[in-house]
Ligand binder design. Structure first.
Ligand code: UGA
Length: 441
């Protein structure tokens, strides 16, 4: 919304949320989300044509276009638990809109939702006697965290799904004209509602599938002496494959990939497509395996005895340039190490210590074996293993000779992101281990 406000100064953008503390943060100098470039965008627009307020009903009443961006977490109870999306917030918003809004209005699904959610929204409108005045569009978001602002400035595509009726087409065109202020027209794709909803899940499933595919091959590389980065480069040069999203890792994290794939799996099962469901579920299973494999390799390198040994984890966010830790591989790696009674010391340049504790142990819990360091050097002090889990740029250029000197010997180094020069580390004296590399440890 901040980027829309920046690129379309003639449009008044109001962001509403029931959560007063969150809105207060958006109105302060300390934004609740760390994203490169976002501070500047908010600073340029807030108070001009961008407003943050808790007046949800007022915001709905005044708007011509309403973007629904509530969360759609995985259901934790009842039918579809662990897979299906919990749509209670979407439904609550639809009910609020039908209660307070007077049409005509365009309602845009921005949240990632299962296919046919717009049916639910439309049904609630119709049952409350306001259906005819509202057009429902699907406009899924494809930005990635850490590059959100750049992605929004220059998206590969904007996708808008709407009803194939004259009113639907008109609503699609209205929304397209908002994006067209900065996005070239040929990048604005319009489809029917179901295609747009499904494309969002499928896009994430395909991206995650590439990571699981290359991660599966990383294990084979370690077994055979091939180098996974060389394999990625070789296959990525085929223009039909393409070079992006072929970086082997400790496993993908983030709030979207796993959730969206499980959602797709649930959808397939619901429609009786068991084999299709199993195919996509294997992407998540491979990812879980890769995360466990990394922790198991660390434990193996400690002569299968991690108890009371110190393991330094560098990076906790699910990727660099974000403070988001949802589904981060670091969480399961830390848990596996703690289960072996290791002392785990985490360093992350952006993630607060309280979040690291609650992610690994549960809200409000503490364990003396889990600590958080202020610098990578503090983390490395006395450690038997230093493991990179998030690819923060600063880890590329640490003083590794100093880290080596601080560590217990043999000094084991695990690069879960393949970002450092392992040969150089080997020369310092480390026993090194990269993902999909010929390894010493
Ligand atoms: C992902 C998609 O890339 C976005 O297009 C989508 O809009 C977003 O989900 C969403 O649905 O909201 P995001 O999760 O923010 O974006 O970040 P990604 O860059 O996709 O990274 C996801 C995970 O995959 C990270 O843990 C990352 O480290 C890992 N990854 C990525 C790899 O392990 N290897 C790669 O080659 C690329």
């Amino acid at each position: 919304m901040a980027v829309i406000a920046l690129k379309a100064p003639d449009i008044e953008v109001t962001v509403v949320d029931m959560n007063a503390a969150r809105i207060a943060e958006w109105n302060s100098d300390q934004l609740p989300v760390y994203e490169p470039g976002l501070d500047e965008v908010v600073r340029a627009t807030r108070g001009r044509n961008l407003r943050f307020t808790t007046d949800v009903e007022g915001g709905i009443r005044e708007a011509d276009i309403i973007f629904v961006a509530v969360n759609t977490p995985t259901k934790t109870y009842g039918i579809g638990a662990g897979r299906a999306a919990d749509l209670r917030y979407i439904e609550a918003v639809a009910r609020t809109i039908s209660r307070v809004a007077v049409g005509p209005k365009i309602i845009v699904e921005k949240s990632t939702i299962p296919v046919k959610t717009s049916e639910t929204i439309k049904d609630i409108f119709a049952a409350n006697g306001v259906g005819g005045n509202f057009q429902v569009l699907s406009n899924p978001e494809f930005l990635a965290e850490g590059t959100a602002v750049a992605d929004l400035f220059s998206p590969d595509r904007v996708l808008i799904g709407g009803e194939r009726t004259p009113e639907g087409e008109k609503a699609v065109e209205t929304l397209a004209s908002v994006y067209a202020r900065w996005v070239p027209r040929d990048r604005i794709i319009t489809t029917n509602l179901w295609s747009a909803e499904l494309s969002k899940l499928v896009a994430n499933a395909f991206l995650a599938q590439r990571i699981s595919s290359i991660n599966s091959i990383s294990a084979l590389c370690e077994a055979t002496g091939a180098d996974v980065d060389e394999v990625s480069r070789a296959i990525g040069r085929d223009s039909r494959v393409g070079p992006k999203f072929l970086k082997a890792s400790v496993g993908f994290g983030g709030s979207c990939f796993q959730k969206d794939i499980l959602n797709l799996v649930y959808l397939c099962e619901k429609f009786g497509l068991g084999d299709v469901a199993a195919y996509w579920e294997s992407v998540v299973k491979m990812n879980d395996w890769q995360k466990r494999r990394f922790a198991a390799q660390i434990i193996g390198s400690l002569y299968n005895t991690a108890a009371d040994k110190r393991v330094a984890i560098l990076g906790f966010a699910f990727k660099k340039d974000t403070n988001d830790t949802r589904e981060s591989a670091a969480i399961s790696i830390c848990r596996d190490l703690l289960a072996e009674q290791a002392h785990v010391v985490v360093y992350d340049p952006r993630v607060p210590a309280s979040l690291i504790h609650s992610d690994v142990l549960g809200a409000g819990k503490r364990d003396a074996r889990l600590t958080v360091a202020q610098t990578p050097y503090e983390a490395a002090e006395g450690a038997h293993v230093v493991a990179i889990v998030t690819e923060w740029d600063e880890f590329r250029s640490l003083d590794y000779a100093r880290i080596f000197a601080l560590m217990a010997k043999p000094a084991l180094f695990f690069d879960g992101r393949n970002i450092v020069d392992l040969a150089a580390l080997r020369r310092i004296g480390f026993r090194v281990h990269g993902i999909g590399k010929p390894n010493d440890a």
